[in-house]
Write a protein that binds this ligand. Structure first.
Ligand code: TYD
Ligand code: MG
Length: 461
């Protein structure tokens, strides 16, 4: 036995950082490149193929003036799903030969969303859903429960990327293949376990080749790490055509689909869904969904008219200011950038002479929405001032505008859309920057243009 061990050829190995993909000569506790801890794993070195001179086929280059039909590809068409929200985020449906990566935390509803999408897509003839996480029976049970009635849909369970590719290699354009998930499939050519950086990268490359060579749509599910990035190197996101994130607070029913990267459309659109007993339903009027039914005499609540992509969405910003004996008072926020909150508190301290040194400030965006727009600053200021002085804000009012360090309110883009949405939902007073352009047809609205955050101090119900 010992002799056999001695005779066995030693497998060459290398050390790969699972966070950034760096290859290191020896094991280390901390990666030299990305400074991440405990992320170096020993992996077998992949075989190096001999670099003999490659053959170049005659049709290597295709001229732009050639008829696209002669190149063997279908004329790229958009394939619309039955979900308007999903189509909007994709920029108008799936494109033939594209690879879409859908990331999101576990249990958020990625498998449910994709299975529901498969119920009908315009122009698609072959549908395949391959799960490496669930058995065929489990997927079928779920599909039945979701009421998916598509007899062209084929379901399989496999975790071998080569088996997956072979099983669909006879498919050509007008086909969609869903692989759930990239972290649970593997290739026997790579010795590291499923989910490791080499496996994820290799399997993604194989699936991208499948999509491009056969002109079929491939959609891959990806898990995310605790910081919200798709597990695997950033290169994974470079390899695919479209990266979507499915997010939301699990304690709420709302789920938001966001485009992070899209080679065929915009990336700033969002799709809003709600998780119900019968799967995901589209939320057609997100503004109404994210506003809670608070009464007008509550302090610390301001409504913000925001823009997500091209669509205005109203949301409610809640603030709480409480006395503290801590030497370092707390500034905590949910759904809003904590650094920006600290900045706004500092601006209020300096420009409005409000003493926050013995006060904790908490901020929450209702409904689990995440706001990244600077235009939300004015609503945050209004909510904090209202909470500090326990004074409700004027009834039926909406706020938008960016706050500069001098305390001045700056103009926000797409002001007219913001005002129109607020008007549609029955709001009557709009507070915005003094630099905002005048609106026509807004005579029945009370538009209050304000110059500085000091003007907010004077507001009362
Ligand atoms: P799932 O799609 O399995 O999540 P993921 O693939 O992102 O891990 O969704 C799981 C959650 O969705 C689960 O917690 C239950 C909930 N759910 C419903 O509320 N209603 C439904 O009809 C379905 C199918 C799931
Ligand atoms: Mg799943």
């Amino acid at each position: 036995m010992a002799a056999d061990d001695k005779n066995m050829a030693k497998v060459a190995s290398r050390f790969v950082c699972q966070e950034c993909g760096a290859v290191l000569p020896k094991w280390m506790g901390q990666c030299d490149v990305c400074r991440g801890w405990n992320c170096i794993v020993e992996e077998a070195t992949p075989e190096v193929r001999s670099s003999k001179s490659p053959d170049v086929p005659d049709d290597f280059f295709v001229s732009l003036s050639d008829d696209i039909a002669d190149t063997g590809f279908s004329v790229s068409r958009r394939h619309l799903t039955n979900s308007e929200e999903f189509n909007r985020v994709l920029g108008g449906g799936f494109v033939d030969g594209s690879v879409v990566l859908l990331g999101g935390p576990p249990g958020i509803g990625k498998s449910t969303l994709l299975l529901q999408i498969l119920s009908d897509i315009s122009g698609i003839e072959n549908y395949a859903y391959i799960s490496a996480e669930e058995s065929v029976k489990q997927v079928m049970l779920r599909a039945n429960r979701l009421g998916i009635d598509n007899n062209r849909l084929k379901i399989a369970s496999s975790s071998d990327v080569h088996q997956i590719i072979k099983s669909v290699s006879n498919l050509k354009h007008n086909s969609i293949v869903i692989v759930d998930s990239i972290q649970t499939i593997s290739s026997e050519l790579i010795q590291s376990p499923p989910g490791s950086i080499s496996q994820v990268r290799h399997c993604t490359q194989e699936l991208v080749n499948l999509a491009k060579n056969n002109d079929i749509i491939v959609t891959i599910v990806g898990h995310i790490t605790k910081d919200g990035a798709i597990a695997g190197p950033k290169t994974l996101e470079h390899m695919v055509d479209c990266v979507l994130h499915f997010e939301g607070d699990k304690s709420y029913d709302y789920r938001i689909l966001r485009g992070e990267k899209n080679r065929y459309g915009p990336t700033d659109e969002i799709g809003v869904f709600s998780m119900t007993g019968n799967g995901l339903e589209e939320v057609r009027n997100p503004s109404a969904a994210f506003l809670s039914d608070h009464s007008d005499d509550v302090s610390g609540v301001a409504v913000f008219s925001g823009i997500e992509g091209t669509r205005p969405i109203l949301s409610e910003i809640q603030a709480l200011v409480s006395h503290t004996n801590l030497a370092l008072p707390r500034r905590a926020s949910v759904g809003f950038d904590a650094n920006r909150l600290s900045m706004i508190v500092a601006v209020l301290t300096t420009r409005c002479k409000i003493n926050f040194s013995n006060k904790d400030v908490f901020l929450n965006v209702a409904g689990g929405l995440k706001i990244t727009e600077p235009a939300a600053d004015l609503a945050v200021v209004a909510a904090i001032i209202s909470a500090t002085f326990q004074r409700p804000l004027p009834k039926q009012s909406v706020f938008f505008g960016e706050v500069s360090l001098s305390g001045e309110i700056r103009q926000s883009h797409l002001s007219f859309q913001r005002v129109k949405e607020a008007q549609k939902l029955g709001f009557t007073s709009i507070f915005c920057s003094h630099k905002t352009d005048d609106f026509e047809k807004a005579s029945e609205l009370n538009i209050r243009k304000i110059k500085s955050i000091r003007d907010v101090l004077l507001l009362r119900n």
